[in-house]
Write a protein that binds this ligand. Structure first.
Ligand SMILES: Cc1cc2nc3c(=O)[nH]c(=O)nc-3n(C[C@H](O)[C@H](O)[C@H](O)COP(=O)(O)OP(=O)(O)OC[C@H]3O[C@@H](n4cnc5c(N)ncnc54)[C@H](O)[C@@H]3O)c2cc1C
Length: 373
């Protein structure tokens, strides 16, 4: 019996593990993969969480990361819009960032169980969590931080799982000639691609595409040649870069639908609670911030080994989450409609080019203020 069990050791799971362990709870994290590992992610992190990450003592300031303060958006036909990013962000691979957080969690005494959780249910005030060997773990508080889509969503019968999601994500690390302070979003029919610098003079190239694009072609290379390369910026990027992975990281069934924050007393955070569209470039910041809100709610209503008021804890978390993120996720869904279509992306880039103030308004709609800790 642990104080708190967390399923999923991505940014949301690791942030809540560090905060809760630091505050005297005994925390264990289930993670199905071994660190360090690559994930599909654009690896541009909004500065809204930079001071908070510094406060976690993971060594973020000492890591080599790119400082990003300019945005460029290109349309399918090759029009370009450029703007400042007032808050800006930094580039660091998930391979490195998640590993830094994992190392700090371990130093604090968090236990890691490298297994895939098979099932979870709540009975008589306790969660029962099972792994493939049929080992059963029990805990009064469980956090579901297992990302955008997992086997557990089906086990828990979450409604979004049964609605097909039309997107796939593809990621590469590349060496290319790109200004270090720039994040560029290149549109193509049915999707968009982000590219920006990370550590060691590498860049992350990551795109979201409608799955229908892939179905039309024999595989990813043919889809890229036929669909992505219609944008001259993307064609030049692919042709003039050194690709560092043997094959790309790929995920599918990416859903931006509304999800529940608490179900059968299970507390969801990060992407498992709701995912912002990647073009906003702040899913990671939201995952980290939502874990901070959740840890605060737990610390307020549950002392080590006993829960003072479960319902108040759940309501407090829901209230704070909605206040911080509900509008941002909705704005992200609306703004995504301006991208990934030949005609609309052309119109968006030309219109925003004439109205620079409007670009800043759109950026602000999806970004929060610096996370206070
Ligand atoms: C194409 C694309 C591009 C993106 N680009 C950006 C960007 O540039 N900037 C940005 O801020 N955000 C971006 N995002 C969003 C960002 O990647 C996510 O918001 C963030 O990773 C969420 O973190 P998380 O901790 O909730 O989930 P994850 O990082 O996905 O972590 C979940 C963890 O749970 C584990 N897990 C799952 N099921 C189980 C199980 N049953 N048992 C044990 N472990 C399990 C997984 O192995 C994983 O490690 C992008 C997303 C996509 C799809």
């Amino acid at each position: 019996m642990n104080d708190i069990l967390i399923i999923g050791g991505g940014l949301a799971g690791l942030t809540s593990a560090i905060l809760l362990q630091q505050n005297g709870y005994q925390v264990s994290v289930f993670e199905k993969k071994k660190y360090p590992f690559h994930r599909v992610c654009g690896e541009y992190i909004s500065n809204e969480v930079f001071p908070f990450l510094e406060s976690l003592n993971i060594g973020i300031s000492e890591s080599a990361y790119a400082r990003i303060n300019r945005l460029a958006i290109t349309s399918v036909s090759g029009k370009i819009l450029q703007a400042d990013l007032p808050m800006g962000g930094f580039g660091l691979s998930r391979y490195k960032l998640d590993h830094l957080m994992y190392e700090q969690a371990k130093r604090l005494g968090v236990e890691f169980i490298f297994e895939k959780v098979d099932n979870i249910f709540f009975n008589e005030g306790k969660f029962h969590i099972t792994t493939p060997g049929n080992t059963v773990y029990e805990t009064p508080i469980a956090i579901a931080a297992y990302g955008k889509r997992s086997n557990l969503d089906q086990k828990l019968n979450r409604s979004f799982f049964y609605r097909r999601s039309p997107y796939l994500g593809v990621k590469y690390h590349i060496k290319t000639d790109l200004p270090g302070n720039l994040v560029r979003l290149d549109n193509f029919q049915g999707g968009y691609c982000g590219v920006s610098k990370i550590e060691d003079d590498k860049s992350c190239l990551c795109y979201l595409s409608e799955t229908a694009n892939l179905k039309k072609y024999s595989g990813i290379p043919e889809m890229e040649e036929t669909v992505l390369f219609k944008n001259p910026y993307l064609r030049s990027l692919f042709k003039n870069s050194e690709f560092l992975f043997e094959s790309p990281e790929v995920i599918n069934e990416i859903s931006f639908e509304k999800k529940s924050l608490v179900e059968n007393n299970l507390l969801f955070c990060g992407d498992s609670a709701g995912m912002i569209t990647p073009l906003c470039g702040n899913g990671m910041a939201i995952a980290i911030h939502s874990a901070k809100i959740l840890a605060d709610s737990i610390m307020r209503f549950a002392k080590k080994g006993s829960i003072l008021n479960r319902i108040a804890m759940e309501n407090e978390y829901i209230f704070q989450w909605e206040k911080q993120f509900a509008l941002r996720l909705k704005s992200g869904r609306l703004i995504q409609r301006l991208f990934g279509n030949t005609f609309i992306s052309d119109l968006t880039v030309s219109t925003l080019g004439k109205l620079p103030g409007m670009t800043q308004i759109l950026v602000k709609k999806t970004h929060g203020k610096a996370l206070i800790y």
